[in-house]
Design a protein around this ligand. Structure first.
Ligand SMILES: NC(=O)c1ccc[n+]([C@@H]2O[C@H](COP(=O)([O-])OP(=O)(O)OC[C@H]3O[C@@H](n4cnc5c(N)ncnc54)[C@H](O)[C@@H]3O)[C@@H](O)[C@H]2O)c1
Length: 374
């Protein structure tokens, strides 16, 4: 994670977070540990809990707690207890993946907060916050690396690890052609799958069609798909009426934040685990459907989340946003605020440096031309 490494080196020299209590509700993975180390190097007191019971890597949690961070997460544990423990430490700054922590502290007077998912921002916008919350999710770097490249690849990684499925020649139905869905569709097509997209937004549906995918209503796609991936951010994207039409052997998984996109309550029948993270549900008529990772976010539950290179970019935005909130509190108003463009540009510049890629600069004449109405 070269971008975060360079930030960590600067943080340990400059100590921009000295004495600041930072509470994080982030998936406890090795990549998160690298962010926590950068924050600790910058002088912060960090406490960490997990937004999902199945995403904690216990070895990482243990290692971090020997390095000065307070970790309240263990694989399989109810996340509510960890969340309460971190909230009780009265963080001055929060970092969320799903807005759990900031929701618990919404009535406090925090320096600020950051949020990195679409779903978390929907929740954060519903809160009446008296402090700034930076919408990392809407930054350009995060959008590109996390939602598109990261989720696209790691969702399929989760599916493959759980099932060992050959994607080539399969019909993969992607429900929701937003930032995540576009990445999943591109990677599935690249692996030789025939991709079908289901959408509710006409522009997103049109984009899918222009990108070369088949677009159809989800009830029609239900009868055709071999593998279904939901990435909508909403509930019941696949539900009873879809399950009724699916063929024997269809596989269902979810890349969206919450385990509500596949209506599990309508998946009734005899259940057994056939492989780790693969549950077979035998319906009353004898058809068998396979649900991956209990309908939870499959790239985290059945794989390792995003590759480190993706998290490097996202967490670099987190670290620089925290620094900006502490150093320039007056430049942010209360409520949800965009990630400053300068941070996006700085992260992209550090990433390009790490890839030894150089780019052009505008000439003076070009700069003048672009800034003049003439
Ligand atoms: N798995 C991961 O690692 C990961 C990473 C980033 C975001 N997410 C989560 O994935 C979800 C989607 O995020 P995004 O950034 O792609 O959001 P987005 O808003 O860009 O895209 C969602 C798309 O789903 C469509 N949609 C909504 N309801 C639908 C329905 N019932 N049927 C068909 N399409 C529907 C919308 O029109 C939209 O185009 C969110 O829950 C987000 O938090 C997961």
């Amino acid at each position: 994670m070269p971008v975060l490494r360079s930030i960590r080196e600067r943080f340990s020299r400059e100590q921009p977070l000295r004495g600041i209590r930072v509470g994080c509700s982030l998936h406890v993975t090795a990549e998160t540990a690298t962010l926590v180390r950068a924050l600790v190097a910058g002088g912060a007191d960090v406490a960490l809990c997990a937004p999902n019971p199945l995403s904690t890597q216990d070895d990482v949690a243990q290692a971090l707690s020997t390095e000065g961070a307070a970790v309240h997460a263990r694989y399989g544990d109810d996340p509510a207890a960890g969340l309460a423990a971190v909230a009780a430490l009265e963080p001055q700054l929060t970092m969320d993946d799903g807005a759990d922590l900031v929701s618990a502290l919404a009535d406090r007077n925090l320096i600020g907060a950051t949020e990195e998912t679409t779903t978390g921002l929907i929740r954060a916008r519903a809160l009446d916050l008296g402090f700034p919350l930076i919408a990392l999710n809407e930054g350009r770097a995060k959008d590109l690396f996390d939602n598109r490249y990261g989720t696209g690849q790691s969702t399929l990684d989760g599916v493959l690890r759980a099932t060992n499925l050959l994607l080539a020649g399969r019909r993969v139905v992607v429900v929701g052609y937003g930032r995540c869905g576009r990445g999943v569709a591109a990677r599935a097509a690249g692996a030789g799958a025939h991709v079908v997209v289901c959408e509710v937004d006409p522009l997103a549906a049109l984009e899918a069609a222009m990108d070369g995918y088949e677009v159809m209503p989800s009830l029609e796609a239900a009868a055709q798909g071999d593998l279904f991936v939901t990435a909508t951010g909403t509930r019941d994207a696949l539900r009873g009426e879809h399950f009724e039409r699916m063929h024997d052997g269809a596989i269902l998984c979810n890349a969206g934040h919450f385990d509500v996109e596949i209506d599990k309550t309508a998946l009734t029948g005899e259940r057994r685990e056939v492989r780790p993270q693969v549950e077979e549900i035998e319906l009353a008529d004898g058809r068998r459907l396979y649900l991956l990772a209990e309908g939870r976010v499959v790239n985290l539950a059945a794989a390792e989340g995003h590759p480190a290179a993706v998290m490097d970019v996202i967490f670099a935005c987190q670290a620089l946003a925290a620094e900006a909130l502490v150093k320039q509190p007056d430049s942010f108003g209360p409520g949800v605020q965009p990630l400053p463009e300068t941070i996006d540009a700085e992260v992209a510049r550090l990433k390009l440096d790490s890839m030894a890629i150089e780019i052009d600069e505008l000439t003076e004449a070009q700069r003048v031309y672009l800034s003049s109405w003439r």
